[in-house]
Write a protein that binds this ligand. Sequence first.
Ligand code: TYM
Length: 333
Amino acid sequence: MEERKKNLYSAVQPTNNLTIGNYIGAVQNWVELQDGYNCFFAIANMHAITVRQNPAELRQHTLELLALYIACGINPEKCVLYLQSHVPAHAELCWVLNNYTYVGEMERMTQYKDKSAKHADNINMGLLDYPVLMAADILLYQTEAVPVGRDQRQHLEIARDIAIRFNNAYSPTFAVPEGIYVKGGAKICDILNPAKKMSKSAENPNGSIFMSDDRDTVIRKFKRAVTDSEAEVRYDAENKPGISNLLSIYSVFSGKTIEQAEAEFAGKGYGDFKLAVGEAVADKLTPIQAEQAKLLKDRDYLNGVLKSGAERASYTANKTLAKVYKKIGFIQL
Ligand code: TYM
């Protein structure tokens, strides 16, 4: 008998341009996982508004992200691809779960602390509540697997805690999700400051490689990447963070293992290595960008994907929500 496929859920916020960190830590991994799981991939626009967004840009980034998902190889026929705000159950379950989450737990979240420091003039309730909405996202789909980057681990832990707390208070209602992290790529670092993660909103855009960067920009940025004084291409995350980060990137984009990459550059200088990293990344990004541009011209197709995604996502989400409402004592018509 064929084994039941497990449910898998993940999402990206449509804020700014995605970086190759988002690609390696998340989207690229989803493409590999899509055949083995029942997949739900969202565009987390409700999370995005926890920091101020320009409405026209948010709309544009949403479509760009949808087109990028598909251009990267996510198949909207196999996977449920949808926009978070199209499924009201997310906001509804978030409200319920708020009552099973403690303010102290939320105030301890690293991302909340970082974002409140960065946006000190706008420490809003949404920012504090961000992990509960994320828990609602995941738990609505009876999710067993969540492929994310390392920076989302704390949020995933709290989603598990909330699920277990609710299940214990009533009876088993939610699947308890597990994280899936890419080996070596779960935290891609800024190429100018390898102590920091590569981010969509980095102060210096030369430290991040964006999925929209053209070939010359990619190669130029990698040429300037920070290395060390040793002149040996070897993986040692602790002592050689710059080179190790470039090796992780090269490995994903060239399809070679770290060991194969080390052997390829044995005896060669950092200049050759950095050029090869730039070329491998540009070679992969160019066709993705072309496909994304083509898809963006076909608004009818993209709208169709969103419509079908919203319907399929709502079906599963509403089943879980109905179960929750029943358990907590809400009368349903
Ligand atoms: P977001 O939009 O910040 O990031 C999207 C994904 O990219 C991963 N990521 C990285 N991976 C490796 N190296 C990096 N430098 C790097 N930077 C980002 C993130 O870990 C993430 O997997 N809260 C989520 C979106 C979300 C979500 C969810 C995820 C909303 N609901 C439910 C999973 C399940 C976020 O901010 O992602």
